[in-house]
Design a protein. Structure first.
Length: 136
């Protein structure tokens, strides 16, 4: 029996700017499984979309730039093309390891990609993207 988990994108202040449901074959998953499913679904949604060049995802595809005044997860591709989910997944894993974003499961920050958790009724998962400071 599969389980559905709704994930949220939040600011560091706790404001929600995106939500999406994800389907998993079991209740017990790893952080790596969570990131893989999220990235896979984002790429599928874009590739099956209407031809809009705006990719909405956890990490920026190569050949794309942030959408001005858009959400932190919106990127405009220079040309209309298919995106491969595997490089996106590798970028997402690297970003997690380098603290580009963190994940909260029921308000507790997860530490590693192999950390497991159980999806239960009311499980809350939030992705919080960090913005690098500019200046110097």
């Amino acid at each position: 029996m599969s389980v559905t988990l709704t994930i949220r994108d939040e600011t560091t202040a706790g404001d929600v700017y995106g939500e999406r449901p994800l389907e998993f074959p079991t209740e017990r998953i790893t952080v790596r499984d969570l990131i893989r499913e999220r990235v896979y679904q984002e790429v599928q949604d874009y590739n099956l979309g209407t031809g809009d060049r705006v990719f909405r995802g956890l990490v920026q595809p190569s050949g794309a730039e942030r959408v001005l005044n858009g959400k932190p997860t919106e990127y405009r591709l220079r040309e209309n093309r298919q995106v491969d989910w595997k490089p996106q997944f590798e970028k997402a894993l690297a970003a997690f390891d380098q603290n580009g974003f963190f994940i909260l499961v029921d308000d507790r920050q997860v530490e590693g990609l192999d950390e497991e958790f159980v999806i239960g009724r009311g499980t809350h998962v939030s992705f919080v993207k960090l913005t690098p400071l500019v200046g110097g």
